[in-house]
Design a protein around this ligand. Structure first.
Ligand SMILES: [Zn+2]
Length: 280
């Protein structure tokens, strides 16, 4: 069976990260140059992908978003303010989603099909809300109980149509890639893990992952690709958060090339999420 890779980007700025959300951040600094650096890299490999965009920056980055569309990529939702859906009431989530759909439609004339929740924070009630907006898929499922903020999305009545794709009527749920090691599920699919883990370890985790039948659903963020390395983060930021934010940013591009080479060598076909709606 053919395997697919989606090298998606969650388009948000550095201060949208959950660990800075309640802090006083100097938002005059931005890391959105990372979007175009990533676009250039994708172009070199002729890879098309999905960009999940935070609603409140759509107008500000509309020219980049136009480039994304022109180059054949897909735009999807990543909430309006990057608040976790599980921290919102259902009514607030409806309003947040409505605003996100509208800002993209009004600014770019573009109809979105998909959603990914900040921090994979989604439950079944909110998933069903997404369907009322006519969306075709969600990509917020991850099997990783070790992370305090991640939700646990239950889709038991969905049909499992691939290792990591679930379907109900015409709606799809995509599960972000993890690998099982010593009985635990470890993500092999996020920019943070790519940056922070030593390459040898990533390489090993990928070798275990490649033995599975899974597709590869990956996500990265603009700040991870940004060359603005001197962001002044809030003073009271904990050392561990500083490390999570900054570590490996200068080497991530090099690692990304290596990751793409591994996927290429293993015959993955690079697609956008919306392409998979036709294939499954
Ligand atoms: Zn996000």
């Amino acid at each position: 069976m053919k395997k697919y890779a989606v090298l998606g980007m969650d388009v948000e700025d550095w201060f949208h990260l959950d660990y800075f959300l309640d802090e006083k951040c100097d938002i005059s600094q931005n890391t959105l140059d990372g979007i175009e650096i990533y676009l250039d890299l994708l172009k070199d490999y002729k890879i098309k992908t999905t960009f999940f965009v935070v609603g409140e920056i759509v107008v500000k980055i509309q020219n980049i978003l136009k480039r994304i569309i022109e180059e054949g990529h897909e735009i999807a939702l990543h909430s309006y303010h990057h608040r976790r859906p599980l921290s919102m009431s259902p009514d607030e989530f409806i309003e947040d989603t409505r605003k996100s759909v509208e800002i993209i439609k009004n600014t770019l004339g573009y109809d979105v099909k998909g959603f990914r929740a900040p921090c994979f924070s989604l439950d079944r009630q909110r998933l069903d809300i997404l369907r009322t907006f006519g969306l075709r898929y969600d990509a917020s499922k991850i099997n990783f109980g070790n992370h305090a903020l991640y939700g646990n999305l239950e889709v038991n009545d969905y049909q499992k149509i691939a290792e990591d794709i679930f379907k109900k009527e015409d709606f799809y749920e995509f599960e972000t890639s993890t690998v099982e090691l010593f009985g635990k599920n470890i993500p092999v699919s996020g920019g943070g893990y790519l940056r922070i883990l030593p390459w040898k370890l990533t390489q090993y985790l990928m070798s275990v992952f490649l033995k599975t039948k899974k597709n590869y659903f990956f996500y990265i963020h603009p700040f991870e690709f940004s060359r603005n390395y001197n962001i002044v983060i809030p003073e009271n930021t904990k050392a561990i958060t500083k490390f999570r934010f900054n570590h490996g940013r200068k080497s991530v591009e090099k690692k990304m090339h290596r990751l793409i080479k591994i996927l290429n060598k293993n015959n993955y076909e690079f697609v956008k999420f919306e392409d998979l709606l036709e294939k499954f």
